[in-house]
Design a protein around this ligand. Structure first.
Ligand code: FAD
Length: 486
């Protein structure tokens, strides 16, 4: 028998040792690379995914729909920021403190200072991140109801929700080296190991599969959860007959996932009814309605009752406008003069193309078709001008008058409005690090949540523009937190 030479043996041992060490280091490297599983591909989930990547993680993003975007793509008014570069360019002086004050006033007795502070303090850097990293245009600024200062940002092109979401989707698709997107994948349960959430189970192509990692729930709200026994029927049976603006994905899946492991839910009866959903003349009873962006009132739109009379400060908070509409004589109509229409030209073109808004040559043709007396329109326009000029005080307390001049001779855009279920303020209880909390107030390790799925940020009433902000701010916080605890 021939024995191996000592040099051959030495070489073999060295190769074996090197291979062993290489495998070990590779395994260690894989194990020490944080992995984040994001459930939901709206703006919150996309923001979490990008931030997890920025913090060194690999990412799997799952969405139950065939395309990403959720309700985020529909958002049409804009995103709030206080102290932004766009505000400075327009000469608008604003601070996180002023934004905090408006948000707390709107949240009223359900205000949670730590969450409002997280939202408002992060707002300007968050908008800057969208502009700098993803090239989103947020150069225009408007003032929406309940805000003491113009701070709702949008770009010159299409709807701001679409602009932001599509930019983040495109950028995530370009990161296929470290980010995987799986569509048509419905997450059905969470995986837990020794008290820590370690992954999700999901259904895709008729199979049940598992992904392991820290979990960010970003599944949106429950404003389309009309099922018997669903969250709306449990918490707000009185709203079951109202239409909704939400996509049919908004069924509170993430709330159920969190609750299944003891996650606490808060404020579940706080559901925002938006005052202005379009009544489509072709399908007036449709359960899903297009939203008439709040910016339409922000740029000077008027709300009038069946007799052509105003009945509210159009820039009041959503809950106040809704209550006034419900007390007023229907049908309620929104009127826009040419200046207001020009300020939201892209929006108005879209609404007109959909047949939701109609252009009239002058007030006389509006009167003829709607039955509103021309003299009533004249009285409304004259009085509104007097309030705008400061000659008289608006009986409804309106103090901001953009594009305030309405005349009988100029064209008018007109649309019929109805209140719609729009947004759910209630949701999963989190802390300012986006950690999901249990009933005792302690964090559930490995589980985070962001966006409309979380509750408590807006208390009793969300201000327009603050939900997209919540999605990006808490998405980023959740994405970062998910990488530091794995
Ligand atoms: C018409 C309309 C206009 C709006 N305009 C504005 C505005 O101008 N400004 C503003 O601030 N806010 C606005 N909002 C509110 C805002 O758009 C939403 O609150 C916000 O976009 C929610 O973002 P999100 O990422 O939390 O949820 P979403 O964008 O709704 O995304 C949730 C995603 O989770 C997925 N998902 C759900 N369940 C599962 C599951 N089990 N497994 C896998 N995936 C799942 C869904 O398919 C969806 O893609 C508007 C809302 C609507 C409906």
């Amino acid at each position: 028998m021939r024995l191996a030479s000592p040099s051959f043996l030495l070489k073999s041992i060295s190769i074996a040792a090197i291979s062993y060490l290489a495998v070990r280091y590779a395994r260690q490297a894989v194990m020490s690379t944080p992995r984040t599983i994001v459930v939901g591909g709206g703006l919150a989930g996309l923001s979490a995914a990008h931030t997890a990547l920025e913090n060194g993680a690999t990412v799997v993003l799952l969405d139950k729909k065939p395309s990403l975007g959720g309700n985020s793509v529909k958002a049409s008014s804009g995103i709030n920021g206080a102290g932004t570069s766009a505000q400075k360019k327009h000469g608008i002086v604003d601070t996180p403190e002023a934004f905090y004050k408006d948000s707390a006033a709107s949240a009223r007795d359900l205000a949670r200072p730590h969450l409002i502070k997280a939202l408002t303090d992060h707002s300007a850097p968050t908008l800057q991140w969208l502009v700098d990293v993803f090239g989103v245009d947020l150069s225009l600024v408007a003032r929406l109801g309940g805000h003491s200062i113009p701070r709702t940002h949008r770009g010159k092109g299409g709807a701001p929700g679409w602009a932001m979401t599509s930019a983040l989707v495109k950028a995530l698709e370009a990161r296929s080296d470290r980010a995987q997107i799986i569509k048509d994948a419905r997450v059905v349960s969470l995986v837990r190991d020794a008290g820590r959430v370690t992954g999700v189970e999901y259904e895709v192509e008729g199979e049940r599969r598992t992904e392991l990692g820290a979990v960010v729930i970003a599944t949106g709200g429950y404003a389309a959860d009309y099922a018997t026994g669903g969250f709306l029927s449990q918490h707000r049976g009185d709203l079951m007959t109202l239409p909704t603006t939400n996509g049919d994905h908004a069924t509170g899946d993430g709330h159920r996932l969190a609750a299944s492991l003891g996650g606490a839910l808060c404020d579940m009866d706080q559901v925002q009814v938006h005052p202005t959903g379009f009544v489509d003349p072709k399908d007036p009873d449709a359960k899903t309605k297009f939203l008439a962006a709040e910016a339409l009132r922000g740029v000077g739109g008027l709300l009038v009752d069946r007799n052509g009379a105003r009945f509210v400060d159009e820039l009041e908070r959503r809950d106040t406008v809704t209550a006034a509409m419900q007390a007023a004589e229907a049908p309620i109509r929104l009127l826009l003069n040419p200046q207001a229409a020009a300020a939201l030209e892209a929006h108005c073109k879209f609404y007109m193309a959909k047949g939701l808004m109609k252009r009239y040559e002058n007030a006389a043709t509006v009167a003829e078709e709607t039955g509103i007396p021309l003299s009533a329109l004249e009285a409304t326009f004259t009085a509104h001008q007097a309030y705008a000029d400061g000659r008289e005080k608006d009986p409804f307390g309106k103090t901001n008058f953009d594009n305030a001049t309405y005349t009988l001779d100029e064209p008018l855009l007109v649309a019929q409005m109805t209140p719609v279920v729009h947004y759910t303020m209630g949701g999963i209880t989190v802390d300012e690090q986006a950690r999901v909390l249990d009933e005792a107030g302690g964090p559930i390790p490995g589980l985070f949540a962001a966006g409309e799925a979380i509750g408590g940020v807006h208390g009793r009433n969300r201000l327009g523009g603050s939900s997209l902000l919540e999605a990006v701010v808490f998405g980023r916080i959740a994405g970062k937190s998910s990488t530091s605890t794995v």
